[in-house]
Design a protein. Structure first.
Ligand SMILES: *Cc1c(COP(=O)(O)O)cnc(C)c1O
Length: 409
């Protein structure tokens, strides 16, 4: 069979509309092409108003925003920070930039996000922890009420990594508005993009100004370059802010497309032994940035993964993420494993990992051992991100669905 996709079908690629170009032209015309200019202030206003936070600071990336959030939280060398375990490493690396130590909190099956029960366990073991770093995976909000209540009880502050979840709501409130410091990303694969960039949200002007100062080399108010603090070159450019302004005009349209893609997968794959990435209905409205599937344990063929490669043995009626990925790739369709949990990453292998029974580090690679479930490792073993590009047509998605069905024959 010849692939019906002449052009590669992407997981999630930028979708431009023309309004972006108009704002970029404005920046060129006025020669505001660097890190100063009116688009920056406008984008900060738009972004903050959208999530419902008082202040936004436009930065060069979501990672830079996370770094400044960790700095605002005052994380000190050697200090423990409770972190989402199953996420992109950009969520947790900034803790290391400040020489803190990540303690990874296992995921739960209802949302694939940080398990409140595991977080509670972590506070029993490390009661003085002050900062919790929470990611909303694939655009599905975490159980924010439970997590915030635990933070409050232990006098810890929450940082929300809402890089993937712009537009998702929890009990009607936008993600990125629950923590003390929160961030979103405008990287090229996110629901809207500035080509690259990020936004930090704060509740007070002082923190926002501090972040803006750090992001522009921490210059003091003096006639010469005067420095009292360590600075960074993290400011967004006014050109990219212009792209962002154009994208916000289409955010609701992108949300509707992403949610429609999720629904079509859910419907098209309903007879297979899989489930879609879950959320708690009535409580949360995901942005469906990426649609993912999880193969039921009894429908998994044998699959083993080393550090850099995977092997599997196909069995009738069964499949595995590696098999589906290879099949889709043959037809020029991109898919990707679930984020490999941080506690399984060589760089973080020595960091503590806490499961809901408080007993995480006992085993690593097995997905069920000693009566404990390592939820993150299990979802990583059985899960897959599906092409979720908002330019994907219904016909193209139907082909993807057929290809996945073939894998289970
Ligand atoms: C994309 C992403 C980031 C990083 O954002 P950049 O803008 O690429 O630096 C951080 N956390 C999560 C969960 C992400 O998906």
């Amino acid at each position: 069979m010849i692939s019906p996709f002449e052009k590669k079908l992407w997981l999630s690629s930028p979708t431009m509309h023309g309004d972006e170009q108009h704002f970029v032209q404005e920046a060129f015309d006025a020669n505001w092409v660097s890190t100063v200019g009116p688009h920056l202030a406008e984008l900060e206003k738009t972004a903050a108003a959208y999530v419902g936070m008082p202040y936004g600071v436009a930065l060069s990336s979501g990672t830079a925003a996370l770094h400044l959030a960790v700095k605002l939280a005052g994380v000190q060398p050697g200090e423990n920070v409770f972190c989402s375990d199953m996420t992109f490493d950009a969520t947790v690396n900034p803790v290391s930039y400040e020489k803190g130590r990540q303690i990874f909190i296992d995921s739960e099956y209802d949302t694939w996000n940080m398990d409140p029960a595991a977080l509670e366990q972590a506070f029993k073991l490390y009661p003085n922890t002050r900062v919790v770093m929470l990611a909303h995976l694939y655009g599905t909000p975490a159980k924010l009420d439970e997590i915030l209540a635990i933070c409050k009880k232990h006098h810890a502050i929450l940082i929300e990594d809402a890089a993937e979840s712009l537009g998702a709501t929890y009990k009607g409130k936008q993600t990125g508005s629950f923590g003390t410091y929160n961030i979103i990303s405008y990287n090229g694969n996110k629901i809207i993009t500035c080509s690259g960039g990020g936004m930090l949200f704060t509740h007070d002007e002082e923190s926002a100004n501090k972040a803006r100062k750090w992001a522009t080399q921490a210059r003091e108010n003096a006639p010469w370059y005067q420095h009292e603090e360590l600075g960074y070159n993290y400011r967004m450019s006014n050109i990219l802010a212009g792209i962002g302004r154009g994208q916000y005009m289409h955010l609701n349209e992108h949300l509707a497309q992403k949610r429609a893609i999720y629904k079509r997968y859910q419907e098209g794959l309903k007879d297979l032994p899989i489930e879609m990435n879950p959320y708690v209905k009535g409580e949360m409205e995901p942005n469906c940035w990426l649609s993912c599937l999880l193969i039921k344990p009894e429908a998994m063929c044998k699959q083993v993964r080393g550090e850099k490669e995977a092997l599997y043995v196909k069995e009738p009626g069964k499949s595995c993420p590696t098999h589906i990925m290879e099949t889709l790739a043959k037809y020029n369709v991109e898919s990707r494993p679930i984020w490999k949990p941080m506690h399984l990453q060589p760089i973080y292998r020595m960091n503590p990992f806490i499961t809901k029974d408080g007993n995480g580090r006992a085993r690593t690679n097995a997905y069920i051992a000693g009566g404990t479930v390592d939820v993150g490792a299990d979802i990583f073993a059985r899960g897959l991100c599906l092409p979720s590009d908002n330019k994907m047509t219904q016909e193209q998605q139907d082909v993807v669905i057929e290809l996945i069905k073939e894998c289970f024959k």
